[in-house]
Every structure is written in C-alpha cells, then in structure tokens.
Write a protein that binds this ligand. Structure first.
Ligand code: CA
Length: 510
C-alpha cells in the first residue's frame, strides 16, 4: 500500500495515517509530504510547519495549540497539544442553523413484535425484573433452570433474561439522583422486547419496593399479583419453594410470549441507540460518519435515533445547539451539559478523565478530538428533542438522550428506550446486551480482520477508498432492518456476549 493519509476537512492542518503498519521516517506521500519520523497507523501527521501556540485543526475545528514548534511531516502526539477550554455554556447559538427536513424515505419495514400499547419489540424475551441485588443469584439460578427445562417447549421465545443490577437497597432512595436508576430500571422492566407486562422478583425488605419501581399506569404491581414473587413471603418454605414459585410464574409468562408473532412494521417503529467505545482517530473518519449517514436514513424513514454520552458531546456543543429544532430544545441540551459539568465537579473530576489509554494509543490526543469524531454519529438532521438522564425517549427523529459515556452504563440507560443498538469501535470490544441486538461497526479494517467473528460491519474500507460513507451507511441501514427482523444475528448474540446492566446512580450510597 502506498503512503496514504486522510484529511477530513479542507481547513485541517493535521491528517490521519492510514497504512496498517504505520510508516517509517522518509516515507513520501503523493503530495510530496515526507515523514520526519516513524508514525503509527491512525496517528496524526503535521501537514505544515507549526510555531509554538499555533492552532492544530482537525474536522475543521481547533483540537489544541502546539506546545512547541512542529515540523511538517512530524508525529503530532498528545504531548504536543494543549487542551483547549470547553466551550462556554453561556451565549451558545440557539437553533440558529436548523437543518431543513430531509426528504422522506418510504417503503422500508422490518418484522417486529407489536405490543398492545403500540411499541414494537425486536426480540421476544422473558425478562425477570429484580428490585434489588440481593435476589440476583437466586434469579440467575432460576433462569438457568428455565432455560434448560422450559424454553425448549416455547420455540417462539428467544431467551430468558435476568434483569439484575447493583441498585435497590443501601441507597439514599429519596435523594434527587435516585430518580435516574429507578426510572432506568422501570423502563427496562417494561421494555417492548419483553411483551406487555413485567415479571418481578423482590426480596421484601428492600428500599426499592415493587410498587415504587412500577408505581402506576402501565404496570400496577399488587401484592396478590401472580407475576410478583417476594422471597420473604411467609408461604414460601426454603429455596425449593422460592424457585418453584419463580418457575410457575415464568411458565405462565412463556405461554403468553409464545403467542407473539413477528409482523411487518414500518422502519419508523425503530428506536436506534448509537454509541461508541474504544474509539480511535479513525472513528470520526470512517465508522461514525457512516453511522451518521445511516442515522439520516433512519430519520428520513420516520424512526427515532438516539445519540448520548454527555462527556463526548460536551466539547462539540457549539456545533449542536444551532441544529436544535427550536430554542427550547437547544436550552434542554445545555441543561444536560450543565448537569453533567456540576456532577463531574462534585466528584473532583476534570476533563482529562477522558479519553482512555486505548483511545490515546489509537491516535486520539484529547477529549476535544474525541468529541468532534463522536458527534459525526448524529448525522445531519435537526435535533428534535432531548431526554434527561434515565428518561424514556418518546420523540421521533434525532434525539439526544443524556447518559454517561461509559459503554455499559450508557448502554443500560439507552436500553430504557431503544429496540436496536449500533456500537462503533476502533480498539475493539466484545460488548453486547441480552435484551436488544448490538451491531458492532469497526473503524479500521485491521480490527474487522483480526475479529471477524465479533465485528458485524467494517467501516475501515472508507479510509482506504474501497467503500464510500454512503455505501457503508446504506449497508448498516439494511443490516439494522435485517437484525431487527431476526433474519440476521449479531456476533454478540451468536456467542451470547451479554454485559451486565449497570444503571447510573448519581445519588449517595448509604
Ligand atoms: Ca461509550
């Protein structure tokens, strides 16, 4: 392969090296630029000479200033850049550049499970919700038996899943932050992939009582409810009785679930959560723009597309508030940034807490560069709504759902709303969720080749010119429809790689 770099924006004065093995000192690009030192793949090369203090520009935006002179053809490493201040949250442009509606995309559908409330599932799962961590091993035990002894009799049901977590007791349950994990768990317990009603296992003495988890509305939980098992119930004698009670309720639920069938549903019934993890400098060039293209297709088809990860949006906030559909939505976005700024400040965290060592190995110098690449996932449509931490998304179109950036915490919180998940990665992660399919898209072909049985789609072809952003975007859109229909299985589901749920609890533990 001849020496090759990718320059994203015409204003950029640094570019990303594409060659898989990196390039040695003296390597010469077609435009005459010659490397002054060895540079690894996905790291930045200076396209011109820099004086100390000069702005370093990528994605057309300043990602830092040179801490000392840099010669053209040199490696622009993390320590050669200072970290610019985060954009101020005061005086941001509000809904000043609202993109016009994209042309409608008609005629795309998938085969989903429609619930009586209207929401559509992409899997047919028996989910056993828990109110507290104390019951988790008991439910895990019951699930092993249900899977072995009952599930084969209900071939229409995809799986049985224990919805276990670390919340529920020993927490300040009336503190303001408690609403976040409680709302998240409520929405997960009433997820469209679980059918129309939850099955709940409670200990009895915990702070998060079943009636508090499902207070009213869709899923009233009564003490006499056959789908509520309290382990401390006086009629249950020993572990054998407890497991038998859970299995009886499970069997009744399985009889209901097995009557669900897939029917053609318009693509507008999709709620797709976007996330990245283990990003590298290619993420913002290949997989994230391709996901952004697919996000636009989904929006055009009337679906909901959520992007999240406050800390990875924060440094690109000035590019997002102008895109809000109105000033209220822009202000909601700023409110979520402010909430998280305050949360991080309380914990004494600064912005250098992100990126990770792996991000840096992948060529990302700082959180500004990471954020500019991350927001490419959001495509080009108007931002229609903002959901707070733990809130379920109900709007159509592009929505920002506030979550932490941590993969499994973000995934858990997005699970409150999404029926499909798209995950981009540069360094690689085997991440998956039991309750919704997770399509993993790689930023580099080298990763897709090293992990052919973990990565579902390779966007690295965009860097080498073997595919366009549009090609991969369309491929992903069709892949989403196939996976949502159960016609295609993700690698994470093939191997059963399902991360534990990790609800975000910003409140105190007691
Ligand atoms: Ca993440």
């Amino acid at each position: 392969m001849d020496p090759l770099y990718v320059q994203v924006h015409a204003r950029d004065n640094v570019a990303i090296l594409v060659n898989p093995e990196g390039l040695p000192s003296g390597a010469r690009f077609p435009d005459g630029l010659t490397l002054t030192e060895r540079i690894p793949q996905s790291h930045k090369v200076a396209l011109r000479d820099f004086n100390q203090g000069d702005a370093v520009i990528r994605y057309g935006q300043i990602i830092g200033h040179a801490t000392r002179p840099i010669r053209a053809g040199s490696w622009v490493r993390e320590d050669l850049l200072d970290l610019p201040a985060a954009p101020s949250l005061d005086g941001l442009p509000l809904a000043t550049a609202v993109p016009p509606p994209l042309p409608k995309l008609e005629g795309y559908s998938f085969d989903g499970f429609r619930n009586s409330g209207g929401a559509v599932g992409t899997k047919n799962i028996l989910g056993i919700t828990t109110t507290v961590q104390c019951v988790a091993p008991t439910v895990d035990y019951a699930v092993r038996r249900i899977r072995a002894e009952m599930l084969p009799r209900f071939p229409g049901v995809d799986d049985v899943v224990a919805i276990t977590h670390t919340y529920g007791c020993g927490v300040a349950i009336d503190a303001p932050g408690a609403a976040v994990p409680i709302n998240t768990l409520r929405h997960i317990g009433s997820h469209p992939n679980l059918g129309d009603a939850p099955l709940v296992v409670s200990l009895g003495c915990e702070k998060l009582q079943p009636a508090r988890l499902f207070p009213d509305g869709g899923f009233p939980i009564l003490e006499s409810d056959p789908y509520l098992i309290r382990l401390q119930n006086e009629t249950l004698h020993g572990f054998g009785d407890i497991i038998a009670a859970i299995m009886r309720a499970a069997e009744k639920r399985l009889e209901q679930l097995t009557r669900r069938h897939r029917t053609a549903c318009p693509a507008s019934d999709l709620v797709v959560g976007l996330q990245c993890g283990g990003s590298d400098a290619f993420s913002g060039v290949t997989c994230n723009p391709a996901v952004g293209y697919a996000a636009d297709l989904l929006v055009r088809a009337g679906a909901t597309v959520m992007f999240s990860e406050v800390t990875e949006v924060r440094d690109a906030i000035h590019l997002l508030t102008p895109r809000a559909i109105n000033e209220d939505v822009a202000r909601s976005l700023i409110r979520e940034m402010k909430w998280y700024d305050d949360y991080l400040a309380r914990g004494g965290a600064d912005r250098s807490a992100n990126p990770t060592p792996g991000n840096k190995r992948g060529g990302l110098s700082n959180v500004v560069e990471k954020a500019l690449g991350s927001v490419a996932k959001a495509g080009s449509s108007a931002l229609m709504a903002v959901a707070s931490q733990g809130e379920r998304v109900t709007a159509k179109g592009l929505v920002f759902a506030a979550t932490p950036a941590s993969d499994f915490v973000c995934g858990t919180q997005q699970l409150a709303s999404m029926n499909m998940h798209v995950f981009t990665t540069g360094e690689g992660t085997p991440y998956g969720l039991a309750m919704v399919p997770v399509i993993k898209v790689s930023s580099r072909t080298a990763l897709a080749e090293r992990w052919p049985d973990l990565i579902d789609l390779d966007a690295g072809r965009i860097a080498t010119g073997n595919a366009s952003i549009e090609d991969v975007g369309w491929e992903l859109f069709r892949c989403i429809l196939d996976v949502a229909s159960g016609r295609r299985k993700t690698w994470a589901d093939h191997w059963g790689l399902h991360n534990a749920l990790a609800p975000f609890n910003p409140g105190p533990v007691t």
